[in-house]
Structure formats: structure tokens, C-alpha cells
Write a protein that binds this ligand. Structure first.
Ligand code: DAT
Ligand code: MG
Length: 149
């Protein structure tokens, strides 16, 4: 089993979409390992998006992500990075397929509802950035044998 970092962004928190998004993850069969409603400071936001530091949208992205609380999560499952990137959909919600989170709930690139790590390496980096080891829950989900063969 692998883990990934997901973050419901301030736009979706303000639009009362936390439940909708978490519900989709639960119904998929994924396991929630950690979750918190959390207001990121500039330092954390900059570090989180460090790969985009040279991009023209970097400052706007950092100020958006710190503009209100986000709902940060660690989710576990088989191939979880790929599975969650598929559920999340393309970066631009205008192009994201219907049925995906971004495709169903967003329109603008700068209001695209949710972040999901793009590799196991970035997942590990982002999980340790946003969560303390003590916040990660180890437990058995009874559904597991009905999700995985
Ligand atoms: P993703 O969130 O799908 O991993 P990314 O890592 O390329 O996408 O970019 C991070 C976020 O930055 C993305 O969710 C929305 C914003 N973004 C990406 N490209 C952008 C652009 N060309 N203009 C404005 N914002 C952009
Ligand atoms: Mg990314």
C-alpha cells in the first residue's frame, strides 16, 4: 500500500465541498490516514509549491493557498497516487473530464478545488511537510478485503 497527500483548497472549503470530496475518496475504497482543517502560512505554501518557484503564477498560487483554511489529508491505497490523480482530473477544470472532482466542481485553473501529489516521491515530501508523524493513523479498514483481491 502507498500513501499520498491530498489537500482540498480554500475555494472548495468556502464552497462547502469538503464532504463531497471526502465522500468520493471513501466510496472509491481509499483509506483516510490523517486529516485536518488547517490554515497554511506563507512559508509552508512556498515550500509546498517549490517546484513552481520560477513560474509566473507562483506568487498568485501561494497567496491563494494561504487565503483561507485548507483540508489536508493523507490517503492510503494500492497505486494511490495514480488512483487519486485520476479521480482528481486534469489541472485545468475546464478540460477535466466530467466525473472527476475538478471536472465536476471547477471552472478556473486558479480555483481547481484540490491538490494531489504527482508521484510517490512528492507524496513522501508533502506528507512530511504538512503532517507530523504522530498525526498519521495506523489502523485496519474492515472493507479492505472487498476492495482488493
Ligand atoms: P496539479 O495541481 O494538477 O499537480 P501543477 O502542479 O502543474 O498542477 O500546478 C499546481 C497548481 O498551480 C495547479 O493546481 C493550478 C496552478 N496552475 C498550474 N498551471 C497554471 C497556469 N498556467 N496558470 C495559473 N495557475 C496555474
Ligand atoms: Mg502538481
Amino acid at each position: 500500500m502507498e500513501r499520498t497527500f491530498l489537500m482540498i483548497k480554500p475555494d472548495a472549503v468556502q464552497r462547502n465541498l469538503i464532504g463531497e470530496v471526502v465522500s468520493r475518496l471513501e466510496r472509491k475504497g481509499l483509506k483516510l490516514v490523517a486529516a485536518k482543517l488547517f490554515q497554511a502560512n506563507e512559508e509552508l505554501a512556498k515550500e509546498h509549491y517549490a517546484e513552481h518557484v520560477e513560474k509566473p503564477f507562483y506568487n498568485k498560487l501561494v497567496s491563494f493557498i494561504t487565503s483561507g483554511p485548507v483540508f489536508a489529508m493523507v490517503v492510503e491505497g494500492k497505486n494511490v497516487v495514480e488512483v487519486t490523480r485520476t479521480i482528481v482530473g486534469e489541472t485545468n477544470p475546464t478540460k477535466a473530464a466530467p466525473g472527476t472532482i475538478r471536472g465536476d466542481y471547477g471552472i478556473d485553473l486558479g480555483r481547481n478545488i484540490i491538490h494531489g501529489s504527482d508521484s510517490n516521491e512528492s507524496a513522501a515530501r508533502e506528507i512530511s511537510l504538512w503532517f507530523d508523524e504522530s498525526e498519521l493513523n495506523d489502523y485496519i479498514l474492515n472493507d479492505e478485503k472487498w476492495v482488493y483481491e
